[in-house]
Design a protein around this ligand. Structure first.
Ligand SMILES: [Zn+2]
Length: 320
């Protein structure tokens, strides 16, 4: 937890005693505090995305006026609205930066990460190992486009994807080659928020009138579906349309997990280890706390390179 002007601010998780809960972005693994939060600190985009994704009755507690706490949100380049939290503690003359999920590459949608010097960095540890290295986003994009253009000649294509973030990246990548994908209801709701914030996404859905759904479905098409339904849908739709169905997963997780699909693409909106080092060098902190599931491994790997890094514990910031 972070203490700012007597407020106890939790960082992307439910913590007993928190007076404000910071939700860095609208991925569900960062929203656990939503059900009990007294006051939520988030970007405008994140709040709209949370509304589109949940029926939480807690959203009336959203606190949008947090500038008086000495807190600033900075884009993190992860998904629409994803933010880092910067806090300057005047009494201690000490600055703290919490990364949330971030990437250093240019995202397909939204703004690039904004970095800032800080004395203390609390950094996400999704990819803690130096061996994991993502290719350039532009390279992955080209691979996806080439594969889709080839396969769509002989069948339908299904991408298994999360409905927030990755789905919109895939839509953007497909739009560039003139393809309008079919999406499910949940993705539609999220797309509308992206469009309201000025993003250009062309998609079709049975849930949206005048989106060209029937026309697109009359030829070979690309669908974006829930990852868990990818293979059952492949069987159902091969039967229904009597033509081949090709499946693909586009995720950074394809680097560390096996997926049962015809193709995998390492489309990530997280920093790999090398990008994390680039970020750390830009922030130039005196002390690094690693945060999240892989915090122990990440801290060990950073310490090996000479960084002053240790895993974050809840009361850690009181000691520095
Ligand atoms: Zn995320």
């Amino acid at each position: 937890m972070l203490i700012a002007n007597n407020e106890k601010i939790s960082l992307d998780k439910k913590e007993a005693g928190a007076t404000i809960d910071f939700i860095s972005h609208a991925h569900t693994d960062h929203m656990s505090a939503l059900s009990t939060a007294r006051s939520i600190l988030s970007s405008y985009q994140t709040i709209e995305l949370i509304k589109a994704r949940t029926s939480s009755s807690n959203l009336f507690n959203i606190n949008l006026d947090f500038s008086e706490l000495g807190i600033k949100l900075l884009d993190s380049g992860h998904i629409l609205g994803a933010s880092q939290l910067f806090y300057y503690n005047e009494q201690k003359s000490q600055s703290i930066l919490y990364s949330g999920d971030f990437q250093m590459q240019s995202p397909f949608i939204g703004k690039r990460i904004e970095t800032k010097n800080a004395d203390i960095l609390i950094i996400d540890s999704t990819y803690p190992d130096p061996e994991i290295k993502f290719e350039e986003n532009s390279e992955t994009k080209k691979k996806i486009q080439d594969w889709v253009l080839e396969k769509i000649e002989t069948g339908n294509i299904f991408f298994g994807s999360y409905s927030l973030g990755k789905a919109q990246d895939i839509i953007k990548i497909l739009n560039e080659i003139g393809i309008i994908p079919i999406v499910n209801r949940q993705t539609c709701a999220i797309n509308r928020v992206y469009i309201n914030f000025g993003e250009d996404l062309k998609y079709a859905s049975v849930y949206e009138a005048d989106s060209g759904y029937d026309e697109i479905m009359s030829k070979n098409f690309v669908g974006i579906v829930e990852l868990g339904r990818l293979n059952s849908l492949k069987i159902e739709l091969t039967k229904a349309y009597k033509k081949r169905a090709y499946t693909a997963v586009a995720s950074g997780l394809t680097k560390i997990m096996k997926f049962n699909s015809d193709a995998t693409f390492e489309l990530s909106n997280h920093a790999d280890f090398e990008q994390s080092i680039e970020y750390i060098e830009k922030v130039a902190p005196k002390k690094i706390f690693t945060y999240g599931t892989n915090k122990d491994r990440f801290a060990r790997n950073l310490a090996k390179l000479g960084y002053n890094a240790s895993p974050f514990e809840s009361n850690e910031l009181n000691k520095v």
